[in-house]
Design a protein around this ligand. Sequence first.
Ligand code: AHR
Length: 627
Amino acid sequence: LQVDVHPDKARPISDKLIGVFFEDINYGADGGLYAELIQNRDFEYSSADRKEWNGAYAWTLEGDGGKFTVEAGTEPIHANNPHYAILDIHQPGVMLKNTGYDGIVLKKGEKYDFSLFGRIPAGKKGGKIHVLLLDKDGKEVARTSVKITSANWKKQQAVLKVNADVNAGSLALIPQQAGTYELDMISLFPQHTFHGHTNGLRADLAQAIADLHPRFVRFPGGCVAHGNGIANIYDWKGSIGPLEARKPLRNLWGYHQTRGLGYFEYFQFCEDMGAEPVPVVAAGVPCQNSACIPGKLLSGGQQGGIPMEEMDAYVQDILDLIEYANGDPQTNKWAKMRAEAGHPEPFNLKYIGIGNEDLITDIFEERFTMIYEAVKKQYPEVTVIGTVGPFYEGSDYEEGWELATRLNVPMVDEHYYNTPGWFINNQDFYDRYDRSKPKVYLGEYAAHLLGRPNNIETALAEALYLTSVERNGDVVQMSSYAPLLAKEGHTQWNPDLIYFNNQEVKPTVGYYTQLLYGQHTGDSYLPSENRTDNPRADVNKRIASSVVRDSRTGDIIVKLVNLLPVTVNTQVNLPAGIDGKTATLYMLSGKPDDKQAKPTESTLEVNNAFAYQMPAYSLNVIRIPMG
Ligand code: AHR
């Protein structure tokens, strides 16, 4: 392979090409990124979340001498949180236990914030409750206590310091006096969270995402954003404010969203990582304009969207979101709530997604247009990202493009999950795009045969394709692999980028493709000609290159991908002026079915023209410092 680079023809490309798409799928949020350790802390689980669940899910009462019920009684903490636990204790000694999400992980020497809301009903007695953290055999590793005597809901807080490592522990509450205790929002958080925030994120998982150097985060979905039915649309207002006032939501992937990880926390996470927030709101229609089975296109059936008479209010909700992110707390109610949550400065929201792979019906068009025009008029500085949905036969991709082009929407969100072969054979996908049309956000993509785990073959197919995304970085403004996270034993979708359990984070090989691209982005593209002496197009398609310059450092970054089973002798001809530089070489390689490979780092002496033996099945990132 000979790569002749033409720096004189350099052209600007998006500096936001690599980002992440976070959706609460596969227990990505509760039990995942959100660091809360207590499952069903608000007693709001119900059979609507999952057939076999109820308000007591994840809680058990051990011992005789007491009764534990969950009720939607009088004067709950908040109307959005109507259920609470009632503990009737006749004989002290019983314990109310919560085993978290598959057990609670505790680290020796670390501190944990415990809190609950409690009250004692009129005419009943209360008292002290011992709060214990136990290992899997029931041995105590930390203890504190709280006192519940007030007739009104009162928040009690305590800190527990753990004296042993525990992999699958539990929390136990042991009332010390006979009486009736009403309890809600029973919570346990590690003090060690990502960037140390209270109500924060699991440090190791968040760090794995931050290591990708994402330039943006799309949230909260996917299908989760537009919901399964109108009532299930993700209402951002229900996800902010005090935790006890947030509105839990059925997760259409078959579980429960506490929304403790809500819009404030999403914005904060973006800020911590230096990533642009890209919230996605429903376009006034739920999944498939009706109810849907996530991931499947349904045709026919009853269709509908938010009733037109309610659309003004819905549009206002979206405008309020922009105020929540960017507005002045002195003059705007929503911006004031942001300030009260601890962030008086704006979050500088620049993008908003409207819709998620929706059917492009009249119902959709009417509502999308209304929202789009209102945002454009009131906040012209915010880029609206429309949806053209999934790219495959029978989808509404063409209709989506037709509408977006007609309305002159600045950018559209495209999705495709395809075989490695598709990615290899379609590297010209964006070369063919009409530059006068909307820009593209490739919001969801992955190379796989459905269900098959990520391996070097899929990771390199994505790497190969990303060279074409960089080449077309004038059209494609952003891209994100999907889905991002998956908890072992709780996955609704495979494969995913990062698997995890309570103890470990397990990035896939595909993660390292994202990481090498994310950490080595550029903002100008240096076109190059690739020549090989092999006449076979099918062979040549399996090697690709991309050269970019990062204006912040001045570095030139050469990416070379080889999906052939043989070493490819490569000659790179670069601009003059880089004789005798020591470059850093990052390489990801392995056998096609390798699922464990990790990038290596070494140095490489480079000149204007240098030879490089590109190993079989490899992604090579050569970063040349120009300073
Ligand atoms: O990424 C998983 C799902 O795939 C998303 O929720 C949806 O947008 C798509 O169908």
